[in-house]
Design a protein around this ligand. Structure first.
Ligand code: SF4
Ligand code: SF4
Ligand code: SF4
Length: 303
């Protein structure tokens, strides 16, 4: 029996127990799909539903989306249990920090995670992905053992992320370009955007009931796909996540046009850490930079 079979069995047993005891109304987890090499979100309402749960490196999608906007019939439940990798727990912490969820109504089934398969990687779901098949975010993961949980499944492991220098190599390269070259770089990428908004639909922290793109009076963002409107949309999306993004990578994974959204997200994440010492998703009690006034804040951008 593989390590992942053991983890899957433990999740099934725990989920069935929580449901049988009436401690939760629903458990959110993963199940296989008819297509090999994929899993999909699954919802157990009765102990027997939990039999279909699995956990392996194909469990890529971020489930915290179901705590807020993805399925109102799920998020409306009073007591929810959710299977969560370390990066998913960061999104749960960020949602808690922004008062979008009540942590006491959620039971987090944290799972120790050694990495998931990348967008174009391959994996049989029984063994760990080869290094070249691993998702980019997993190379720099510092939360293989989730930082917050009610139950922990799997043996705790120490994270050993690749260096920050490596993580920000491409961002550093782009920063060294001239403003004209940088403009060209992003123009080339953003002109491919088809305004499908998948990037915001999958982002657990993009939770406004009415997004700025839906507003028509005044209309802030042109809904058609052309260079100027695309630029506005992509900049606004990134700015709205500034200091809030946890780096889960779901937006970039979902982009059908392979726009490197994580370069922008990570640039803003680094700014937030350097300027305000704030990292989203690590501590539900840290003050949020955008909600705090400090006299010593660097206001260079308004000069
Ligand atoms: S970022 Fe970490 S917790 Fe998330 S999938 Fe990768 S290894 Fe697992
Ligand atoms: S990485 Fe993308 S999807 Fe994840 S929190 Fe940041 S902006 Fe949202
Ligand atoms: S997912 Fe990609 S193509 Fe779709 S709106 Fe976002 S950036 Fe544009």
């Amino acid at each position: 029996m593989s390590e992942y079979d053991n983890i899957s069995n433990e999740i099934r047993e725990l989920a069935a127990k929580l449901l049988a005891r009436g401690e939760v109304d629903v458990v959110i987890g993963y199940k296989p799909t008819a297509l090999p090499g994929r899993t999909q979100p699954a919802f157990a309402y009765k102990p027997e539903d939990a039999r279909e749960f699995v956990f392996n490196p194909l469990c890529v999608s971020g489930l915290p989306l179901y705590l807020t906007k993805a399925k109102p019939e799920i998020s409306a439940k009073d007591r929810i249990a959710i299977v969560a990798k370390g990066c998913d727990v960061k999104n749960i912490v960020a949602l808690q920090r922004e008062n979008q969820i009540r942590r006491e109504k959620i039971k987090v089934i944290g799972v120790v995670c050694k990495g998931v398969v990348g967008k174009y990687g391959r994996c049989d779901g029984k063994t760990e992905p080869k290094p070249e098949d691993l998702d980019e975010k997993c190379r720099y993961c510092d939360v293989n053992t989730p930082r917050d949980y009610d139950y922990l499944i799997g043996e705790k492991i120490e994270s050993s992320p690749q260096s920050k220098e490596k993580e920000f190599e491409e961002i550093n390269r782009i920063e060294k370009l001239s403003p004209r070259e940088r403009w060209k770089f992003w123009e080339e990428h953003f002109k491919r955007c088809i305004k499908c908004y998948a990037c915001s639909k999958v982002c657990p922290l993009c939770y406004c009931n009415r997004c700025i793109v839906d507003k028509t009076m005044p209309r802030w963002i042109d809904p058609s796909s052309h260079a100027r409107g695309n630029l506005a949309w992509n900049i606004i999306r990134a700015q709205h996540l500034a200091g809030r993004c946890t780096g889960c990578g779901e937006c970039e994974r979902s982009c059908p046009m392979d726009i490197p959204l994580m370069l922008l997200n990570k640039k803003l994440e680094r700014e937030s850490e350097e300027l305000f010492g704030y990292r989203s998703g690590y501590n539900p009690h840290d003050p949020i930079p955008l909600a705090v006034f400090r006299e010593e804040d660097d206001d260079e951008f308004v000069r």
